[in-house]
Design a protein around this ligand. Structure first.
Ligand SMILES: Nc1ncnc2c1ncn2[C@@H]1O[C@H](COP(=O)(O)OP(=O)(O)OP(=O)(O)O)[C@@H](O)[C@H]1O
Length: 265
């Protein structure tokens, strides 16, 4: 599955330098991220893993401009996020970032096509129905454009969410546990789709996951522990990822099963 001739890092699309994120008052401060420096290269697929509470979501939030780093810098597609006000950050998120969430977050009253077109409309761009149809074909849902999300399976809804994330041709897609709510078969379809969008279409993807099998679809896995970087793996196998997570104490207080039964590469 992995093309070993491909470099695992292209020029950086997202760059965090010495990022620290502290929550709470000084008396009860928690450093969710502590001096994290990491880059995500163009056209690469990176998984972010770590024990519960290690800072994965915080990393994603800071990288996507949903939250501000306490110190350090974040660059996305050449733009320093610290230089932007809230309105400018909103525009950057709409135009340069795609999001995929565990719970799909589709609008139930809209058709599949309308959901996919929504980011273009929010960005004030022409709702290009041909483009939506092309992307829906790419995710294997060319015949479902007129359906409502509730008429689709979970895996199909997540593929609509991926089509919606890709429609603006964003610089990067951030995916937070995109297979967390799916059965193993649907999870595999979604992971193959994410992998294809990187390796066939040059998309950049950063995905938080608890699942070593899901992480093994990425080119590279970045590990966090206690808000700090705790190493990385290139060309990861599920076994190597699971072993690294075990050494980080990753399963100690975690309800997630180390290897999703039935989800195999
Ligand atoms: N809004 C917040 N206010 C206070 N503390 C927070 C906030 N968000 C996160 N934290 C704390 O920061 C640390 C990192 O949290 P984060 O959600 O980033 O971890 P995570 O690795 O994504 O965890 P999980 O795998 O359980 O989702 C935790 O100690 C958490 O309690």
């Amino acid at each position: 599955m992995h093309d070993l001739n491909r470099p695992a890092t292209g020029p950086a699309v997202v760059r965090l330098a010495s990022v620290r994120k502290v929550y709470g008052r000084p008396s009860s401060a928690v450093a969710a991220l502590d001096d994290v420096s990491v880059e995500f290269g163009r056209g690469t697929f990176t998984a972010v893993m770590g024990p519960s509470g290690s800072g994965k979501s915080t990393l994603l939030q800071c990288a996507a401009g949903l939250d501000r780093a306490t110190s350090g810098s974040v660059h996305l597609d050449g733009q320093a996020l610290g230089d932007l006000n809230e309105r400018q950050l909103t525009v950057l998120r709409r135009e340069r970032i795609g999001f995929v969430f565990q719970a799909f977050n589709l609008l139930p009253a809209l058709t599949v096509t309308q959901n996919v077109l929504l980011p273009l409309q929010l960005a004030g761009r022409r709702p290009d129905r041909d483009r939506a149809a092309r992307i829906l074909r790419r995710v294997g849902l060319g015949e479902r454009g007129r359906h409502r999300p509730a008429e689709l399976s979970g895996g199909q809804q997540q593929r609509v969410a991926i089509a919606r994330a890709l429609v603006t041709a964003p610089a990067v897609v951030f995916a937070d546990e995109p297979t967390g709510a799916l059965d193993s078969r649907s999870a595999r379809d979604v992971l193959e789709l994410l992998h294809e969008s990187v390796h066939d279409a040059g998309q950049t993807i950063v995905m938080v996951t608890h699942d070593p099998v899901a992480a093994s679809y990425a080119d590279r896995v970045v590990f966090l522990a206690d808000g700090r970087l705790a190493g990385e793996l290139h060309g990861p196998t599920p076994e190597a990822v699971a072993e690294r997570m075990t050494s980080l104490g990753g399963w100690a207080d975690d309800a997630a099963t180390p290897l999703t039964p039935g989800l195999r590469r």
